[in-house]
Design a protein around this ligand. Structure first.
Ligand SMILES: Cc1cc2nc3c(=O)[nH]c(=O)nc-3n(C[C@H](O)[C@H](O)[C@H](O)COP(=O)(O)O)c2cc1C
Length: 175
């Protein structure tokens, strides 16, 4: 399966590498789109080495990439999905490479979203509303975060789901 992976700017960005590795081992082709803020947490190089493909971060570097990548992806996954990207998806914004590729996804393609954030962010009413909005659409499948001691020291929901569980959701959504 052709899997488009979106990585956003959060502490759990490094765990997206584990997801690429698992997906490639299961025989999937993976292309990674990173937000500019994701590149502050992890470098594109690891994703390029593991996926065997250049990482897309700049919509304007190649004028047709966002359309071509959107057509290529049989299924998309955003892991980790920041509170910011959830808001952008819920409101229909397309102001960077990741949100633009996701906006251009052909009809019928699904997007698995695995949020990860601080517990207060996760419990913020606007985040809750944005997730409800996304769930109402046919397109989005949410993989709920886990409850644990988070990197910020808080204990509660907000930890990225296990990469194996995210991959299982991706395989189900793309089938
Ligand atoms: C150290 C640090 C850790 C962060 N971790 C998260 C996180 O886990 N989840 C989240 O939604 N935002 C987190 N943020 C905030 C986002 O990086 C910020 O909202 C950013 O604008 C998201 O950009 P993006 O969605 O374009 O990647 C963190 C910020 C910092 C400085």
């Amino acid at each position: 399966m052709n899997v488009l992976l979106g990585v956003t700017g959060g502490i759990a960005a490094y765990r997206a590498a584990e997801l690429v590795s698992l997906a490639v081992k299961r025989g999937h082709s993976v292309r990674v789109v990173m937000t500019a803020n994701a590149t502050r947490f992890v470098g594109a190089l690891s994703f390029e080495a593991m996926s065997g493909h250049a990482v897309l971060t700049d919509t304007f570097a190649d004028p047709l990439a966002h359309i071509e990548w959107a057509k290529w992806g049989e299924v998309a996954v955003v892991a980790p999905a920041s509170a910011n990207v959830l808001g952008k998806l819920a409101c229909g914004l397309a102001d960077d490479a990741l949100s633009t590729v996701l906006m251009a996804l052909p009809r019928g393609r699904r997007v698995v979203v695995a949020p990860a954030m601080n517990t207060e962010m996760w419990l913020n009413p606007v985040v809750i509303r944005n997730l409800r909005w996304l769930e109402e659409l046919e397109r989005y499948v949410i993989v709920a975060p886990t409850e644990k001691r988070l990197a910020c020291g808080d204990v509660g929901p907000g930890g990225l789901a296990e990469p194996a569980d995210i991959l299982a959701a991706v395989e189900a959504a793309g089938a």
